[in-house]
Design a binder for this molecule. Structure first.
Ligand code: ADP
Ligand code: MG
Length: 385
């Protein structure tokens, strides 16, 4: 769907009065490991994808900010003068107008323009189509006005937290901006420092889209955020300086187990052990230990499945099937959960058979054809035309 020239053509058809547009690209991501740790100010290890959201923009007359989504075939508009005080419409346009509002609040004056957005990132699939939309929109609306990359990431995160109403961490916006071709990015979600990591050769990252999305997703996410806060409150009775689960090792948690609600304890057990898995994964990757990396993938999945309880039957089936196939080092759910994608570490020569095996088993079990994304780490967001 999206080559720069076809995109510009689509823009001109949709907005025939508009001058030639500028074009921006912001990628989706796959998180390799470190799930549900970002809003606990811990560690994550995503890669930016070639899959991306593209936004074309040109100035318009008439005082409106107008946006057309190629994916949805829908237009939304809002008077620029009303942006600062706008309220969410509770639909997809909130990502766009939320960003526009944050820009105005940050001192970047709004102006009338037409936007056309189109994404190759599957929506709601755990590959962060939402951050790709936010970041590409923000760059388009900035139109070359300078902003620091970290400020841009934080601004887009605020749009999602405050306008869309999703209490997300910083990972998705950060990696969409700071992604680098050929490298995964370990992010410290508290200091916002990053470390680039090149994975061993001879391994492919394959995402498998379960093509299901259970409704529970966003309410469960909020509930997990709250439960993690409850765990921190207990920890602070003993360690007042602990600001988040980031500050606690998995083993230390046992000391306070008796004081915690059992569910809250399991949530905290996931987050603290997951942070340690990110560090261990980096270590294994540096040493070329593919088997070790794979075991950490599966450990992460089991923790998300049993302790954090954000997996679902279909994702568990995909992981269990994958780990029984030849040439598969490891498999886990990726993203928020309750559907969306798994991420798999597969030996280069085994990818074709892996995809065939998964497709067959998943179709036999659920009657659904999964979609595969062989993923190489791609560059972060930029203007492309
Ligand atoms: P994810 O980020 O994992 O894809 P989210 O639920 O966070 O899932 O975000 C998906 C939502 O983002 C969609 O339901 C839609 O509202 C919005 N969105 C993403 N890309 C587009 C697009 N190209 N056009 C319109 N809306 C989009
Ligand atoms: Mg999202």
């Amino acid at each position: 769907m999206v080559s720069p020239s076809s995109f510009v053509e689509a823009f001109s058809q949709r907005f025939p009065q508009a001058p030639a547009p500028s074009l921006y690209r912001a990628p989706g991501r796959i998180n390799l490991i470190g799930e549900h740790t970002d809003y606990n100010l811990g560690f994550v290890l995503p890669i930016a994808l070639e899959l991306a959201c593209f936004t074309a923009v040109a100035p318009a007359a008439g005082g409106m900010l107008r946006v057309y989504s190629v994916n949805l075939g829908l237009t939304r508009e809002i008077p620029v003068a009303e942006l600062a005080g706008a309220l969410p419409a509770k639909d997809w346009s909130d990502y766009v107008f939320g960003v526009a509002q944050q820009l105005v609040r940050a001192g970047y004056a709004g102006s009338a323009c037409d936007l056309l957005v189109g994404s190759t990132v599957p929506t709601g699939g755990g590959l962060s189509s939402s951050a790709a939309l936010e970041v590409s929109t923000a760059l388009a609306l900035l139109g070359g006005r300078g902003i620091g990359n970290l400020d841009l990431a934080r601004l887009c995160q605020r749009a999602e937290r405050e306008f869309v109403g999703m209490p997300c961490g910083i990972m998705d916006q950060y990696i969409s901006i700071f992604g680098r071709q050929g490298a995964a990015v370990k992010i410290d979600c508290r200091s916002l420092e990053r470390e680039y990591a090149v994975l061993p050769a001879d391994v492919e990252i394959v995402a498998v889209n379960s093509m299901v999305k259970h409704e529970l997703g966003s309410s469960a996410y909020r509930e997990r955020v709250r439960e993690c806060g409850e765990a921190v409150a207990v920890i602070q009775r003993h360690r007042p300086e602990a600001g988040s689960l980031r500050d606690v090792r998995r083993q230390e948690l046992d000391e306070w187990k008796a004081e915690m609600d059992p569910v809250v304890f399991r949530r905290a057990a996931h987050v603290t052990s997951e942070n340690e898995r990110v560090e261990a994964f980096m270590e294994a990757s540096r040493g070329g230990d593919l088997a070790g990396m794979g075991r950490l993938f599966v450990g992460s999945h089991r923790s998300l499945q049993h302790d954090y309880e954000v997996s679902c039957e279909e994702l568990d089936f995909l992981v269990d099937t994958a780990t029984g196939l030849p040439g598969v080092y490891g498999s886990r759910m990726t993203g928020g959960g309750f559907g969306g994608c798994t991420v798999n570490l597969v030996e280069t020569g085994a990818v074709t058979a892996f995809e065939a095996g998964i497709a067959q088993a998943y179709r036999d079990r659920y009657g659904i054809t999964p979609v595969f994304y062989q993923s190489r780490p791609a560059a972060g967001a930029s203007q492309i035309g």
